[in-house]
Design a protein around this ligand. Structure first.
Ligand code: B12
Ligand code: SF4
Length: 574
């Protein structure tokens, strides 16, 4: 049996597959090592680990039940993660492209996460796809994509490997608008069409440079089916017989946000899971100065309330879907929109819970009730900084007082938050980071919900609004090799470490597989909160060799954690 297309939707290993030794040469001057690089690119917070396993709650159960030992097999480890449900999130790039191609008459398989499904890739390749589409949405690194493409070609020389999505589009934009960056080592490592990439890579047959690209993909599949050459199609980049890169003329695709509705009711269950991603808009009307997304999609289109309601109800017909994640930064953007959308969702009595990105300024005492009634269990919030001036520099219109009020309001309605912060934006100093740390330490803890955070080192991405204001901030360098008037990347990295050490309450280090499960946990809020605090302390002490956290030694922290989770079973010493 053969089929038309295999789609690879994500690969969590992608961010850590840089050659950090190369980068060490660049950023050594800021006191950064290759290991720092690993942590920085992945926004890797210290996490409590035992024998290499991150101590998410089922692992803790095992550890304490076995006299503080963790003898688990790889299969058990995987089961722990799956048990928590979030492993079953199906990404929207995979769902959308599959639905689009199927409805254009092609047979399609999807690998949702390559990092956990390498065996599946082997099996799917054995079934003989005509083409493999590697989506760069969640593989934002040229080297990793080439690695995957070569792996595929080693097993099937005849399959057509097509790459598309945001990384390819962004690469094209840099190549087109800032060709002088082609030799910069980080730009080169990350993006296509730059210096090193002028050498052809025989593993990739074509790259689609359009911001969307699904229609071009369908045209490529049609050509492959009829045995014709697709390399001259508009929006396609490939290498010619003389090994020269050719980027064909563009023919921008425009499929309005309401023009293509995924056929949620009929799409085969194998493409969906208990959690699916969906979107209510494309683009964003804001212009935060660090943001590269608005470079990719400068416009903004929002689905109407009626359209979104129809879509949500059609998802509701699939009883196995228990949760949805909105992928937009902005369905819940302006207050007026939020009121309409939240009210509609509350009224629709949908059979699943949901989470999404919400802007702090759009949350009000009135609309939060609708959010809660519509079973919103989690909000992702780009807070970015706790310092008013840095927020202004970022063009992020919010202030620390309103952030605190909103977090409390959201929590009291049982909605947990995952907030993200950027450290090192122009204007950042040790003092402004201190203000951000104070903000987090001031988050209300009255519950019943919980708060998590991620802290990123600022990246100076070409073409973003801040990149276009370099002189004003004396900004030099690109990506994670930068310095400006008030900080450099090495200092920003150290400030992120300080962040983890000094945030001692309010919000806790995010463990990807635990957070949503904790949110749904039947345990009391006090118990979950205390466990998060103690685990945060263990992570910080182990990572930074700190002797005490919140006044407790490591051994006292471990005892309290066991006591907190299992009462009488406490051991007196480690
Ligand atoms: C949601 C989201 C997340 C969530 C995902 C969970 C969820 N609920 O789905 C989380 C928080 C986990 C996440 C993580 C990361 N994300 Co993110 N994320 C997004 C976001 C907001 C939506 C992505 C999405 O689903 N879009 C909807 C789909 C349908 O659109 P799409 O992917 O663009 O695909 C369309 C086209 O691009 C095209 N297409 C896609 N693939 C292909 C392939 C071919 C062959 C063709 C022809 C076309 C094509 O077809 C689709 C339909 O038009 C985007 C920004 C945005 N609004 O798009 C950032 C975005 C994708 N993320 C980004 C980044 C950098 C990351 C991280 C690497 C951050 C980090 N350093 O850890 C990680 C990656 C983790 C990993 N390796 O898996 C960048 C990607 C940049 C890039 N690839 O070059 C984006 C674009 C944001 C930005 N700053 O610009 N992310
Ligand atoms: S960070 Fe989010 S809100 Fe700001 S411009 Fe980018 S997508 Fe819009």
């Amino acid at each position: 049996m053969s089929y038309d297309l295999l789609i690879i939707a994500s690969d969590a290993r992608s961010v850590t597959s840089f050659n950090h030794k190369d980068f060490e040469k660049l950023t050594g001057k800021y006191g950064m090592s290759a290991a720092d690089w690993n942590d920085m690119v992945d926004a890797k917070a210290p996490r409590w680990t035992v024998d290499g396993t991150e101590m998410i709650f089922p692992a803790m159960d095992h550890y304490f039940a076995n006299g503080r030992k963790l003898n688990i097999s790889e299969a058990e480890r995987k089961a722990y993660y799956q048990h928590r449900g979030s492993d079953d999130l199906r990404y929207l790039n995979g769902i959308f492209l599959a639905d689009f191609c199927i409805r254009h008459g092609f047979s399609v398989e999807v690998i949702n996460r390559l990092d956990t499904d390498y065996n599946q890739l082997e099996e799917m390749l054995a079934l003989g796809p005509r083409a493999v589409a590697i989506s760069s949405t969640f593989i934002p690194n040229r080297r990793r994509i080439i690695e995957i493409a070569r792996w595929i070609k080693d097993r099937d020389r005849d399959v057509h490997v097509i790459v598309g999505g945001p990384l390819v589009r962004y690469s094209f934009m840099i190549h087109d608008q800032q060709p002088e960056l082609a030799e910069h080592p980080m730009i080169n490592a990350l993006y296509f069409f730059q210096g090193n990439d002028q050498e052809p890579d025989p593993a990739i047959d074509a790259l689609v440079v359009d911001a969307r690209g699904e229609q071009t993909l369908v045209k490529i599949l049609e050509k492959i089916r009829s045995g014709e050459d697709y390399r001259l199609l508009p929006n396609v980049a490939c290498y010619d017989r003389n090994h020269r890169l050719t980027i064909n003329p563009l023919d921008p695709e425009h499929l309005g946000v309401e023009e293509w509705q995924i056929d949620w009711e009929n799409l085969d269950e194998k493409y969906l899971g208990s959690t699916v991603a969906m979107r209510g808009s494309i683009g964003c009307p804001m212009r935060c100065k660090f943001c590269s997304f608005v470079v990719l999609f400068p416009g903004w289109e929002l689905k109407s309330v009626e359209c979104l309601e129809r879509e949500l109800k059609s998802i509701g017909t699939r009883s196995f879907i228990k949760n949805i994640c909105f992928t937009d930064d902005n369905v819940f953007l302006s207050r007026k929109d939020v009121n309409q959308y939240a009210k509609m969702m509350a009224g629709a009595r949908l059979p699943f819970s949901w989470s999404g990105y919400v802007r702090i300024s759009s949350i009000t005492p009135e609309n939060i009730r609708w959010f809660a009634e519509s079973k919103c269990i989690g909000m992702s919030i780009g807070i970015e900084s706790g310092d008013l001036q840095v927020l202004k520099n970022m063009r992020k219109v919010q202030n620390p007082d309103s952030i605190l009020r909103s977090i409390e309001l959201v929590n009291t309605h049982g909605i947990s938050t995952a907030s993200s912060f950027i450290v090192g934006f122009p204007g950042e100093t040790e003092d402004t980071v201190g203000n951000t740390i104070n903000l987090l330490n001031s988050f209300a803890e009255s519950g019943p919900a919980l708060n998590f955070y991620t802290a990123w080192v600022f990246a100076a991405i070409p073409l973003t609004p801040i990149d276009l204001e370099r002189d004003r901030w004396k900004l030099k360098g690109y990506m994670c090799d930068w310095e400006h008037e008030t900080m450099n990347v090495g200092e920003a990295h150290r400030q992120v470490q300080r962040f983890h050490k000094e945030v001692t309450r309010g919000a806790y280090i995010h463990y990807p597989y635990d957070d949503m499960a904790l949110v749904a946990s039947p345990d009391s809020h006090e118990k979950c909160l205390e466990a998060l605090k103690l685990r945060h302390g263990l992570a910080v002490m182990d990572e930074y060799g700190q002797e005490r956290f919140r006044g407790l030694t490591r051994s006292e922290t471990l005892n309290q954690l066991e006591q907190n989770l299992y009462g009488a079973r406490t051991k007196s010493a480690e």
